[in-house]
Design a protein around this ligand. Structure first.
Ligand code: G2I
Length: 606
């Protein structure tokens, strides 16, 4: 864990570049130059300019092998989206937990990537114990937090976002616990403390809406210039770069970066994404591609712009939809991990792409069904060949692309029981050439153990808020969506999430951690099934009081975070529970059922 290479730090840069150039010529000599240019990853292309190209990631995403295949190969730097934040690393005073961050560092080391540490001091995702401290104790708590966390990761992170988002949008200081206790001097103190803990890490202040000139960027400039004058160990400014096509592109981006660079600072885009109002269409995707290109061009035009990190590279795991309702599609890759026009725009801006490989891979052969359940079909096939190299496969159900993989097998899930589906698979290469379709196979899903799906005007969506399938709590996130054209009285709606008690006490507690409609308007009770089914001997029934009001057509209730435990706090083994799934973003869930007036509206009972 302590041997991370820092490919872009100090003398390492020259070595990294030399290696890249040599490799490039080696391939040129072999006569495959255009293909290699196209096959270069964004990080390789960025490295040829002395920059890195990185992405945020999150621990739960590391279980998705199609995702990690891209994360581990395309990017030279990763930033944990959540697991190095204060609420995770020191949830109660003096109790440190670095396991999530360690897993990210481990992934980076295994893939020869650097890590941007994010973050040490921030008003958000700050455990309440910090904001509840008497002011006189905040400085010591902050210094201890920084010392322990930066100390733990000493030598393993390339850079730290030491202070995150210190400013309001009008350029005034955010009055958080740190500012209230210490005034703006908390920033210098935090930087000095971090430097003492890890003298090798580049120390950043990071913020959003400072990408172009304006009051907030001016405030950051003033701060940076004061800190440099005072000799405070500040190495760089992070420009988050959370952009949106419905707003104009930040003004004077390149000049803005340059004025910070001229203070003797590194600059970097640390959280780039470009969201749009959904649905995406080709015009918005083209506008988005142009925003990404402009950011890339601005960074390349400023010598001290050391790299670009995107705030996750794919729409599958984007933070945007849950924060900006009705917006999304913000990333370089779509939800099926296919590159979008924005990817090509960045690739081109970095000098890649544009070669002449027009030969598609051979069609996959031997497509066969390797297994079925009542809700999934597993497929396998033989690898295709290509003059340059196959980069992956797209799987089609009928004419719909249902997923992509870099391996030669795929499981299509979320299917209906007792239903026949037809599949084909196509191979692709780095230049975007796609093969002819494989021969088709059909598969029929197994009969379900239980009832028939409901067809009412509400449905339920589910996400798993608990990354540990074996612990003493079950934490389903649930929300109800009105799919009909009339308002629905929520007091008539109930949801059932099915699970097994797995021994121990047979009495349960269930409660609401958070509900957008207010926990006081949500009820929970655990009910035993009179005849237990596979994966289900109980369900938690979530209902609403009249205070929850009505749900308008098309609306959803927002997040409802539920929690279930046994009264003896013994462990559950959730993986085989009927309703259990591993998705951490809301998705339709046929194995959670929803009722209106007690009549099944949607979902399949076990
Ligand atoms: O909001 C976007 C970014 C703005 N700049 C600072 C970044 O640290 C911030 O990242 C986001 C993460 O990408 C989200 O994943 O920060 C959010 C919180 O401020 C993160 O969202 C949180 C959700 O709010 C929680 O409900 C959830 O439990 O993610 C948590 C872990 O998935």
């Amino acid at each position: 864990m302590r041997s991370l290479l820092h490919p872009l730090r100090g003398g390492g840069l020259a070595v990294a570049l030399a290696t890249l150039v040599t490799t490039g010529f080696g391939l040129l000599a072999a006569g495959t130059a255009p293909a290699h240019a196209q096959g270069s990853t964004l990080n390789q292309l960025a490295q040829a300019h002395g920059r890195y190209f990185g992405s945020a990631t999150d621990n739960s995403e590391l279980n998705d092998s199609a995702y990690t295949a891209v994360l581990g190969s395309e990017f030279g730097s990763i930033t944990p989206g959540n697991s190095m934040k204060w609420d995770t690393t020191e949830p109660s005073q003096g109790q440190f937990n670095f396991s999530g961050g360690d897993a990210i560092v481990q992934f980076a080391q295994a893939h020869n990537q650097q890590v941007r540490g994010h973050n040490l001091v921030w008003h958000s995702q700050l455990p309440s114990w910090v904001s509840s401290l008497p002011s006189s104790q905040v400085q010591a708590a902050m210094e201890n937090h920084i010392t322990k966390e930066a100390g733990h990761y000493k030598g393993e992170v390339y850079a730290w976002d030491v202070v995150n988002e210190p400013f309001n949008d009008d350029g005034t200081y955010r009055t958080d616990a740190f500012y209230n206790a210490m005034g703006k001097d908390y920033i210098a103190d935090a930087l000095r403390t971090a430097h003492a803990a890890d003298p090798g890490a580049k120390l950043y202040i990071n913020d959003y809406n400072i990408d172009g000139t304006g009051a907030k960027a001016d405030a950051m400039y003033q701060l940076a210039s004061d800190l440099k004058k005072q000799g405070v160990p500040l190495d760089g400014i992070g420009f988050q770069g959370h952009l949106a096509v419905q707003y104009s592109f930040p003004s004077n981006m390149q000049q803005n970066l340059q004025r910070f660079a001229d203070l003797g600072l590194d600059v970097a885009f640390t959280e780039l994404d470009v969201r749009m109002e959904l649905p995406a269409d080709s015009a918005k995707l083209a506008a988005q591609a142009d925003y990404y290109r402009q950011v890339t061009d601005a960074c390349l035009a400023v010598t001290r712009c050391v790299g670009i990190t995107v705030w996750d590279f794919d729409d599958k795991y984007s933070w945007v939809p849950s924060t900006f309702s009705g917006q999304g599609a913000a990333d370089l890759y779509d939800e099926n991990l296919q590159t979008k026009p924005a990817y090509t725009a960045v690739q081109t801006a970095l000098g890649g792409g544009g070669g002449t490989d027009t030969t598609p891979p051979s069609a996959p052969s031997g497509l066969a069904v390797s297994g079925t359940t009542s809700s999934s079909v597993s497929l396998k096939w033989s690898a295709s060949t290509d003059d340059v190299g196959v980069t992956g496969y797209d799987v089609y159900r009928g004419s719909t692309k249902v997923g992509s993989t870099t391996s030669t097998s795929y499981t299509d899930s979320g299917l209906s029981a007792s239903t026949t589906y037809s599949y084909t698979v196509k191979a692709k290469d780095a230049a975007g050439n796609v093969s002819a379709a494989s021969g088709a196979v059909t598969a029929t899903t197994a009969a379900s153990g239980g009832g028939t799906p409901g067809t009412g005007a509400v449905k339920v969506q589910y996400k798993n808020n608990d990354s540990a399938p074996t612990d003493n709590q079950i934490k389903p996130g649930l929300r109800v969506v009105n799919t009909g054209s009339d308002p629905v009285d929520l007091s008539k709606v109930t949801i059932r999430y099915y699970f097994t008690g797995d021994g121990g006490s047979s009495t349960f507690n269930a409660w609401c951690d958070y509900a957008a409609v207010g926990c006081s308007n949500v009820t929970q009770k655990v009910v035993a099934l009179s005849s237990p089914k596979s994966g289900a001997d109980h369900y938690v029934e979530v209902g609403f009081t009249s205070g929850a009001g009505t749900l308008a057509a098309g609306a959803n209730t927002g997040d409802i975070q539920n929690r279930i435990s046994k009264s003896d706090w013994s462990n559950f083994s959730e993986s085989d529970d009927y309703s259990y799934a591993t998705n951490t973003a809301y998705a339709d869930a046929t194995k959670v059922t929803v009722y209106v007036n007690g009549t099944l509206a949607s979902g399949i009972e076990p």
